[in-house]
Design a protein around this ligand. Sequence first.
Ligand SMILES: Nc1ncnc2c1ncn2[C@@H]1O[C@H](COP(=O)(O)OP(=O)(O)O)[C@@H](O)[C@H]1O
Ligand SMILES: Nc1ccn([C@@H]2O[C@H](COP(=O)(O)O)[C@@H](O)[C@H]2O)c(=O)n1
Length: 223
Amino acid sequence: MRILKNSNFKTNNYLCKNFKNMLIIGIAGGTGSGKTTVVNQIIEELKNEEVDVISQDSYYSDTSHLSFDERKKINFDHPKSIDFDLLGEHLQQLKNGEDIQQPVYSFKDHNRTGETITIHPRKVVIVEGILILTHPEIRELFDIKIYVHADSDERLIRRLKRDIAERGRDLEEVLWRYQTTLKPMHQQFIEPTKEFADIIIPTNRYNTVAVDIVQTIIKDRLS
Ligand SMILES: Nc1ncnc2c1ncn2[C@@H]1O[C@H](COP(=O)(O)OP(=O)(O)O)[C@@H](O)[C@H]1O
Ligand SMILES: Nc1ccn([C@@H]2O[C@H](COP(=O)(O)O)[C@@H](O)[C@H]2O)c(=O)n1
């Protein structure tokens, strides 16, 4: 296993010393709803060293025992595909003031790469992913729960464009996945977690007001 250095890490100044005060924000929502975009907007004005961003994608279970063709058929939108034990362990370690070794995930290979990134504890930790509000113990760890909402046709269009441009997929594969897993899993597991959210951000358009509100809460914690 190779250990990569966290590129966000520049100085110890902002590392979280008072871990009891760590603010953990969970951001859920369907695929293509704009979770990553919202996170990037939120942290835009903050210093890299102040916030950890943890993606659920890094916690897809290790499937090295399967062939590539078998991995391709995995239902990546079912809660069982996520190693929630490791995610929970890592969040607890950060709260305890310890570094974590976060797995690196490859969408191309449908598997962990075997490398890890060192993440240091910071005052604010943002965890984003489609399924993060489905798990009761993980939910409990969040001080603020956010659900990002975009209509399903909008999400499909965005997903198509992104997966073809960035994740090495073709039209057939995205549509097949949408019909067989994305849509049913969204309805069964993801959409119902909206009821746990403290804040729902509509993202059919870019939503600067909601982003400003979350930024204000974070800045207040950092001051
Ligand atoms: N509010 C928005 N309006 C238009 N396009 C958006 C919006 N939010 C995100 N996108 C685009 O949609 C795609 C998916 O967004 P992303 O943030 O990766 O979603 P998620 O992390 O929820 O899967 C990206 O190409 C992004 O640029
Ligand atoms: N090997 C994989 C693993 C996951 N996916 C898809 O990623 C989606 C979650 O990521 P978002 O950034 O869109 O929230 C999820 O819907 C999985 O279907 C994949 O395509 N391949």
